[in-house]
Design a protein around this ligand. Structure first.
Ligand code: PEP
Length: 252
């Protein structure tokens, strides 16, 4: 099955609205002819409305970086899926390792967030990945199995193929230490096999991204791997030129 490559840029807590506008005016002309690649920017809440407005009619989709599983409630500081869809936000990153590490996000919460995002009409990017010590201890598959199975546990089968899973080895995020092609392929194929354990057809359709120090000079090799359907890009997505080069690499 051919899967449309999906390149998403995760801005983390970078870019004021003014910075975001500057970025998008630089990016749009560079990706206007990138047919055959889905492109998204995952931006801070405060940039969402401006980026939805500035990307309307373009090929760039706008994603949030987190949401609460409930539609509304007494959850100070949180934002819900209906609040995002009202702005025409396309999707949401869920379970990024920084949210797990610094904000205590758990697989239990993700089991609620992923189906809540889908139910509201958002495309969820579920992030999974092992630490360096887990890899060294031979625990990578155990960790991925737990994260993928729990994150997808309550997703209705018929909607499974709409979820994007980002395999992001934590030791490669923001470190400049990229997974080797063999490591990335092996882990992304394992993620797909885990989805196949739930539904074989969905596993063929589901997109698995690699994330972790993807840069213009290593993107082509990673994106050519059979089970890597795109990339979740942090640092290199902050500059429109380098992000556009990664989008271009996905077209090859
Ligand atoms: C990320 O933020 O998900 C990420 C992969 O960051 P970087 O590309 O900077 O490693």
């Amino acid at each position: 099955m051919s899967r449309t490559p999906f390149i998403a840029g995760n801005w983390k807590m970078y870019k004021t609205q003014a910075d975001a506008e500057m970025f998008i005016s630089g990016l749009l002309p560079q990706v206007s002819s990138s047919e055959g690649v889905d492109v998204a920017i995952c931006v801070p809440f405060t940039d969402l409305q401006a980026m939805v407005d500035s990307t309307r009619g373009s090929r760039v989709q706008v994603f949030a970086q987190n949401m609460h599983h409930a539609a509304e409630g007494a959850f100070t500081g949180e934002v819900s899926a209906p609040m995002l869809t009202e702005l025409d936000v396309h999707g949401v990153v869920l379970g990024h390792s920084e949210r797990r590490q610094f904000f205590g996000e758990t697989d239990r919460e993700l089991a609620l967030k992923v189906p809540a995002a889908l139910a509201a009409g958002l495309v969820p990017i579920l992030c999974v990945g092992e630490t360096e010590s887990e890899r060294e201890a031979g625990e990578t598959e155990r960790k991925l199995r737990h994260q993928v199975q729990e994150g997808l546990e309550q997703v209705p089968r018929e909607r499974l193929a709409e979820v994007v899973v980002a395999y992001e080895p934590i030791w490669a995020i923001g470190t400049g230490k990229v997974a080797t092609p063999d490591q990335a392929q092996e882990a992304c194929a394992f993620v797909r096999a885990l989805v196949a354990g739930i539904d074989a057809d969905a596993a063929q359709a589901v997109r698995v991204q690699y994330g972790g120090s993807v840069k213009p000079d290593n993107a082509a090799e990673l994106l050519a791997l059979p089970d890597v359907d795109g990339a979740l890009v942090g640092g290199a997505a902050l500059d429109p030129g380098s992000f556009a080069k990664i989008v271009e690499a996905a077209r090859a």
